[in-house]
Design a protein around this ligand. Structure first.
Ligand code: PEP
Ligand code: MG
Length: 574
């Protein structure tokens, strides 16, 4: 029987392959009482499973494949921490000793307590971490059942398969990667979950939130997955299959064609020069950036290099990472953002609890409050300027006093390098991220003192609309086309252009085709995005004429009617 399911599109591409079901570790376990003489064995069984699960994590960490997203280490770290939480690592043992129940039951009871604690969190991001708890417990139960590794029934090599699971952790995705699944689908999950981020970095089509897919699909069912639209067709008829085969080959052809644009310059039809840069998280990412034709790095999120560690690295280690990126880009600009730590990106062991982390001590606020941490990074960054075209970018500026303090820090760090005779680029460019509405609205003071500006639309939208970008319950309200957002964007781009201060956009909007012409029409000439997005954005630039889009862009900016704005945007993109 053929049927269609709709879920949340997470990673694009079309896959046509056979279903391969991942056995679902249910947290529903039996409860029985053990005779006293079996208690020691039951506890030994638990200790062995606990240790085997720990070993599984360590082996995943030390064999971290190069294709894994930079955040992967942090996710694994989180799972290890959950496993070592006394509620999971000690509580079940004590319960077996006390109540003589089977260990699986004790684990279930402790898990329920832990999950209930996560349920209490007001912060949606923290609430969502109960998914991680369940994933860790599933691993532990798999060990106890004698089927470790959370592996599918049998790895198939004869035909292409799509992995169908109730849920997948980021670690699962990385483990399954060598088996070359054509796609991943899950019953649960959200677009901002860690699993979604890792799936995108693996470049494998993925749709999550398909509810009962795992129950409805049988082993070897033929599946069509459209990772762009979030559609799954089970056992398609011949006509649908033929249609999607055509779509799939067109999609692949398109990707190949786009790759050929690698060396083409990104000029508009009327000859305006547009710079397309890459967002990276670690020096190795520049390989992909260059493969996709990025002409620079517009945003190096330096904090991702070191997430999930107990301490930030010393000056030497940081210097080596920045130097490697700068040297690798061979004279092309490499814009390194100082640590944007705090909020959802915390150093292990130094986590801060704040009522509103996104409004708390994060990014430049944290750096100014921790002078030692900031000075170490600035020394490493300045030293790296000697080895390439490094620019320094300051995140989350909101007031001129923060800017002045930051510039003062940079000046004293330069002085100390001078005193020690250490070379650095004296003309190093210092830029600021415009991602807080206050900074956008008082742009002149920032533009006057900075060499360049970079608009972080992810945060700018979050703070303008007061919508937590990680909270799936308000995700539908997150709207880049809100008239207030468009006003701020065009104000910042227009003012920077008037003042002759280079400005770019490095938030997600820069990599979304729907907004390329709109941003070009506002006067943007520099975009920074995930490397894989560069070719398609370049193609859009190559087919755009600035004089032709000018009038429509102005109409969009004058409108305060959301429906009209969307209608005009469709016209602009037609
Ligand atoms: C942004 O806010 O748009 C941005 C690029 O920074 P991040 O996503 O790292 O907060
Ligand atoms: Mg930001």
């Amino acid at each position: 029987m053929s049927f269609t399911l709709h879920g949340i599109a997470v990673s694009s591409g079309i896959a046509i392959a056979y279903a391969h079901l991942l056995s679902h570790t249910s947290l529903e376990v039996a409860h029985y009482v053990l005779p006293k003489r079996f208690i020691a064995d039951e506890i030994a069984r638990f200790d062995a499973a606990l240790q085997a699960t720990r070993n599984e994590f360590s082996s995943l960490r030390s064999n971290r494949p190069s294709y894994a997203a930079a955040e992967f280490d942090a996710f694994l770290e989180l799972h290890q921490m959950i496993l070592d939480d006394p509620l999971l690592s000690v509580g079940p043992r004590e319960m077996v000793e006390r109540e003589h129940c089977n260990i699986e039951w004790a684990i279930k009871v402790q898990t329920d307590t832990l999950v209930a604690q996560f349920d209490e969190f007001e912060d949606a991001y923290l609430r969502e971490r109960q998914t991680d708890v369940k994933q860790v417990v599933a691993r532990l139960l798999k060990q106890l059942s004698g089927q470790p590794g959370h592996q599918p029934a049998a790895a198939r090599r004869d035909v292409e398969t799509i992995l169908v699971a109730h849920d997948l952790s980021p670690a699962d995705l990385i483990q399954f990667r060598p088996q070359q699944y054509a796609a991943f689908i899950t019953d649960v999950g959200s677009a901002t979950s860690h699993t979604a981020i890792v799936a995108r970095s693996l470049n494998t089509p993925c749709v999550v939130g398909l509810h009962h897919a795992r129950e409805l699909i049988r082993e070897d069912d033929l599946l069509i997955l459209d990772g762009e639209q979030g559609v799954l067709i089970v056992n398609p008829d011949k006509a649908v299959l033929a249609e999607y085969k055509l779509l799939q080959s067109e999609w692949e052809l398109e990707r190949k064609k786009l790759k050929r644009l690698r060396t083409a310059r990104a000029n508009t039809l009327d000859g305006a020069v547009i710079e397309l840069h890459a967002n990276i998280e670690k020096p190795e990412d520049i390989i992909e950036a260059k493969e996709n034709g990025a002409t620079g790095v517009g945003l190096f999120r330096s904090e991702f290099l070191f997430l999930g560690r107990d301490q930030l690295p010393d000056e030497e280690e940081q210097f080596e990472a920045y130097r490697a990126a700068a040297a690798g880009m061979k004279g092309h600009p490499v814009t390194i953002r100082t640590f944007d730590l705090g909020a959802d990106k915390q150093i292990k062991g130094a986590e801060r609890v704040a009522n509103n982390p996104a409004l708390g001590l994060r990014a430049i606020r944290l750096c100014l409050a921790e002078p030692q941490l900031f000075r170490t990074q600035l020394r490493a960054l300045l030293r790296a300027t000697h080895y390439g075209n490094v620019k320094i970018l300051i995140p989350m500026l909101s007031s001129v006093s923060e800017l002045n303090q930051t510039l003062q820090f940079i000046a004293t760090t330069k002085q100390s390098l001078d005193d020690e005779g250490i070379p650095y680029d004296r003309e190093v460019k210092i830029g600021g991220m415009i991602e807080i509405p206050a900074a956008a609205l008082s742009l002149n003071v920032f533009a006057r003192q900075l060499d360049f500006l970079s608009i972080g639309t992810n945060d700018l939208i979050q703070y303008t609309l007061a919508i937590d970008r990680t909270d799936e319950e308000v995700a539908h309200l997150y709207d880049p086309l809100h008239p207030a957002v468009l006003y701020l964007l065009s104000h910042v781009i227009g003012t920077a252009n008037k003042l002759n201060v280079p400005v770019s956009v490095c938030g997600e909007m820069a990599g979304e085709l729907a907004y390329t012409r709109l941003l070009l029409g506002m006067g943007l000439r520099q975009f920074s995005m995930f490397s894989a997005q560069v070719p398609s954005i370049k193609q859009r630039v190559l087919t755009t004429s600035l004089p032709e889009i000018a009038a429509l862009t102005q109409k969009i900016l004058r409108s305060d009617d959301p429906l009209k704005i969307r209608e005009l945007l469709d016209k602009l993109n037609a």
